[in-house]
Design a protein. Structure first.
Length: 138
């Protein structure tokens, strides 16, 4: 199977199906014993942003935009900006937001803030008992 076959298969599925699958499998991977995943009973998370070039098509250009000259003349490829929330100890992606070229990383990061409020992100001490993670004195 080549890359273009995968791209056509993803297009046939549609973005809603792919997002549903992502939401079902994107969970914290760290256990209480995962090195580097915890600090004083708190799960360590990181935000990381990047941009990807997209195929140069009218549809991609209209949806995601791309770099342009001072006069507004487009050049280069349309680009999508991605911001991911990942576990530091595992590097597993827990949530993600996508935007266009002109969407700032800060705006996308704010959208991820709600992803940290779920009980799934909390320390496993609640389920495993108070001695499951090392604690430090204040």
């Amino acid at each position: 199977m080549n890359r273009s076959s995968l791209g056509r298969a993803r297009a046939r599925l549609g973005e809603d199906v792919l997002e549903t699958v992502f939401r079902q499998v994107a969970d914290p991977l760290a256990t209480r014993d995962t090195p580097g995943a915890w600090w004083r009973g708190l799960r360590l998370l990181a935000l990381d942003g990047t941009q990807f070039d997209l195929p140069d098509s009218t549809s991609n250009g209209d949806t995601f935009d791309g770099p342009s000259t001072t006069g507004g003349v487009p050049f280069g490829f349309p680009q999508v900006r991605a911001m991911v929330l990942a576990g530091i100890g595992t590097h597993g992606v827990l949530d993600a937001r996508l935007g266009g070229y002109r969407d700032g990383e800060r705006r996308l990061a704010y959208q991820l803030a709600g992803s940290t409020s779920s009980g799934a992100w909390s320390s496993p001490t609640a389920a495993s008992g108070p001695s499951s993670l090392p604690t430090s004195s204040p």
